[in-house]
Design a protein around this ligand. Structure first.
Ligand code: DHB
Ligand code: FE
Length: 255
């Protein structure tokens, strides 16, 4: 029987060795790298660092193995106990809240509607904050669950999110800056789409022309997830159909 752990770890080590060799990394630099990792652990930012560099790769593997709509980062702000909502997500209301309509359909790979799919939607405030995580915003604000109708359709009103800066005051921000990168993610709406018998789809929608769409610090943007500026009666609309792959596609492919 093959030892998957041994195989994966050995290849990770080989990949790192290749990079060290390629760049003639010195003993001094090697010790600095260890010091940096220690600082990152002490700051509690190891998950952030690994997610910023590698989570998108795991999503790419999902995309390769499952098919259906393109998946991308879940990020740290999904809450599984978000309430079902009808019509609109709960949001604050002031001039800085621009209305946004989200709608579309959930379909199987043959294009047939998937009724009773559950779609979690979540996104930032106009300040780049998330409900339940930042500034005492209630945990059921700017998030909620939708259920698709008989035609696989969903529709919900909410507000336009903004670009979001991942925590940049600690070692991860310092590393990105030293590399000549920034800590911004482009404005996005998160979705998690679930239905019995289908592989769960976790994805995001981005806005065409939005700041940082071409330089997401977490590299989670895919061109097919970028939406043109569509307006109906002046209101911004993101229309997205989600194609779900069958739950067993991966197991079947691997068999
Ligand atoms: C992070 C935040 C997000 O909103 C997201 O979509 C992905 C990552 C973060 O802070 O790491
Ligand atoms: Fe996010």
């Amino acid at each position: 029987m093959s030892n998957r752990l041994e195989a994966v770890v050995a290849d990770i080590v080989e990949g790192i060795r290749g990079a060290l060799m390629k760049h003639d990394v010195t003993f001094d630099e090697y010790r600095q790298g260890i010091g940096y990792i220690m600082k990152t652990v002490e700051a509690g930012e190891l998950p952030l660092m690994i997610d910023a560099f590698l989570n998108t790769t795991i999503c790419q593997i999902e995309n390769r193995n499952f098919g259906g709509s393109t998946s991308t980062l879940e990020g740290p702000y999904f809450l599984d106990d978000a309430p079902f909502v009808e019509g609109a997500l709960k949001t604050y209301e002031d001039d800085r809240h621009e209305p946004l309509l989200l709608r579309g359909r959930v379909l199987d790979l043959a294009g047939a509607p998937v009724a009773d799919a559950i779609i979690d939607v979540w996104h930032s405030t106009p300040d780049g904050h998330y409900g339940g995580f930042h500034n005492n915003i209630p945990r059921d604000f700017y998030r909620g669950k939708l259920r698709t109708d008989a035609a696989g359709g969903y529709e919900v009103r909410t507000t336009v999110p903004v670009a979001y800066k991942i925590p940049d005051q600690g070692p991860v921000g310092a590393l990105l800056e030293a590399m000549g990168r920034h800590s911004w993610r482009p404005a996005h709406v998160h979705y998690k789409v679930r239905a019995p018998g289908f592989h769960t789809l976790t994805t995001q929608a981005y806005f065409e022309g939005g700041e940082y769409v071409d330089s997401d610090c977490c590299e989670g943007v895919h061109s097919e997830l970028i939406h043109a500026d569509v307006r109906e009666s002046g209101i911004k609309v993101i229309e997205t159909d989600f194609e779900l792959a069958p739950a067993l596609a991966h197991a079947a492919a691997a068999a």
